[in-house]
Design a protein around this ligand. Structure first.
Ligand code: UD1
Ligand code: CA
Length: 487
């Protein structure tokens, strides 16, 4: 009964083929776990599948075929599932021997038996695919009442891709792999992205008919196309203009291309839709997860890769790295610095050469100067940590000044215990002071330069800990008159 219901509801299941060796990558890691602008290939692809519009593609399950480095791939995807990154349920199928893309789909057959809906099949190595393209592919498949729709595009250099064979009338006749193609077929510029939409009740039987009588001795998924042609089924080619979207990653060169194409698309959209100036798109890398508000300028040499939000009218760069979950307010300037998992408010000035580490929260109108490292600390508004300082596990109140070379000694190497430093509003820490945590520096208190603080300082007090200075008059002249000793 349940099966009958499934058949009539016409839902959609996706199958991702991710079991291959990825030989051309020459890597110990699975190909689909290599990153494109900070996220693994498989994450980007699954996100695109998961993000289809429900009213268009009623996706009920995603199946991932794993094989080479199976535990690695499944482990990673399961972590994402645990972190609720995908809304569609994901299932795994093991392909014990990697005998080709057709064989990979056979390995997921258990998930498709008696299924009467539509099946989307995708290679696991296509990281730039978008939900919008999948929606359009599906709409076209439905509109044409097609049994099999192939996503294709035209490439000026189609080398290594399967070419789409068409009749003179333009009907799809099959797909021929590079290795099996004649010289004439190699001239064809239309390639298959290996992304298919199948009417499963019409196509499913074809899976058993696939043979491995080709140059590579593999069971090719592409043979389903010629099988369907022979059966007289309705086949459509859905061709897209922007070929970058279906870039397949087979080698390190392809990986670099995928990074470059995604970056181009992100920067184009930031400049045309969000009103952001990117001075040198070639040397600037921005992931699609980054949002930037209007009139912000990104200077050359930046790497902005993570869940990053940057406000209006900021200046970032040159040569700035921002990673992790990081937020920057409006009108803030970040020069030549490294920021990770931190938050910065409005109208701040950071850098050059500042390092803001995880858990740092910087309020508005704060200055963090050169060679300053801040970790897991809050710095409240109008305060300044101008030069050469380390602030760790600390809170700094409003309008406090932290002199050059101030160090919060937050870590006891013997006990491995970290302790906190609290510096209250308006406090002034003299240059080259060491604040040995745990310690509280009271409101508007003053620490004299070069002081080592080991106990709390009450509000309004001066803390000074030095040997009294002595000046010896005429010392320099006397010294000059001393005869050099013979050695
Ligand atoms: C494949 C297509 C080609 C298409 C190109 C688009 C075939 C025979 N070729 O070629 O027509 O133009 O994609 O990018 O289908 N995989 C398995 N098990 C296997 C073999 C492969 O799961 O036994 C997986 C791989 O992990 C990969 C995907 O299937 O994610 C595609 O395999 P790959 O070897 O990259 O095929 P291509 O040579 O790129
Ligand atoms: Ca491929």
């Amino acid at each position: 009964m349940a099966i009958l219901q499934e058949n009539t509801e016409k839902k959609v299941r996706a199958v991702v083929l991710a079991a291959g060796f990825g030989k051309r990558m020459k890597s110990d890691s699975s190909k689909v776990l290599h990153s494109v602008l900070g996220k693994p290939i498989i994450w980007r692809l699954l996100k695109a599948i998961d993000g289809v519009t429900k009213e268009i593609v009623d996706l009920e399950q995603i199946h991932v075929v794993i094989g080479h480095n199976a535990e690695q791939v499944e482990g990673y995807v399961q972590e994402c599932v645990k972190a609720a990154q995908f809304s569609c349920p994901i299932f795994f199928h093991k392909q014990e021997n990697q005998l080709g893309t057709g064989h990979a789909l056979m390995s997921a057959r258990g998930a498709l038996d008696n299924f009467g809906g539509e099946v989307l099949v995708l290679p696991g190595d296509t990281p730039l695919l978008t939900s919008e393209i999948l929606d359009s592919l599906f709409l076209s498949h439905k509109k044409e009442k097609s049994d099999l729709t192939i996503l294709s595009t035209r490439l000026s250099n189609p080398y290594d891709y399967g070419r789409v064979l068409r009749s003179e009338q333009g009907e799809v006749l099959g797909i021929i792999e590079e290795k099996d193609a004649s010289e004439k077929q190699k001239q064809i510029k239309e390639i298959s992205a290996s992304i298919y939409c199948f009417n499963w009740s019409a196509i499913g039987d074809g899976l058993s008919a696939i043979k491995n009588n080709n140059k590579q001795g593999e069971y090719y998924l592409t043979d389903l196309v010629s099988w369907s042609v022979n059966k007289g089924l309705k086949i459509e080619g859905f061709s897209i203009d922007d070929s970058r979207i279906v870039t397949g990653v087979n080698s390190r060169f392809d990986l670099q291309l995928a990074n470059q194409y995604l970056n181009e698309m992100v920067i184009y959209s930031l400049m045309s839709q969000a009103g952001v100036t990117v001075v040198d798109p070639v040397s600037t890398w921005i992931a699609p997860e980054v949002s930037i508000d209007s009139d912000t300028v990104i200077l050359p040499g930046c790497w902005l890769v993570g869940d990053i939000q940057i406000g209006k009218s900021c200046i970032v760069g040159p040569h700035t790295v921002i990673e992790g979950k990081t937020k920057i307010g409006d009108e803030t300037k970040v020069v030549q610095s490294h920021l990770e998992n931190c938050e910065i408010g409005n109208t701040c000035y950071v850098g050059p050469f500042a390092h803001l580490r995880a858990g740092s929260k910087i309020a508005n109108q704060v200055r963090i100067g050169n060679f300053v490292e801040i970790k897991n600390s809050n710095v409240d508004s109008l305060s300044a940590v101008g030069h050469l300082s380390y602030i760790g596990d600390s809170t700094i109140g409003k309008d406090a000044n932290i002199g050059a070379g101030t160090i919060t000694a937050n870590y006891d190497h013997t006990t491995k215990i970290k302790a906190a430093t609290h510096i209250e509003d308006g406090a002034s820490i003299g240059s080259n002071s060491v604040l040995v945590a745990p310690v509280n520096i009271g409101k508007e208190s003053v620490i004299a330069a070069g002081t080592v603080i080991t106990k709390d300082v009450e509000a309004g007090a001066l803390a000074v800990r030095r040997v009294k200075q002595e000046n010896i008059a005429g010392w320099s002249e006397k010294r000059k008159q001393q005869k050099p000793k013979k050695t």
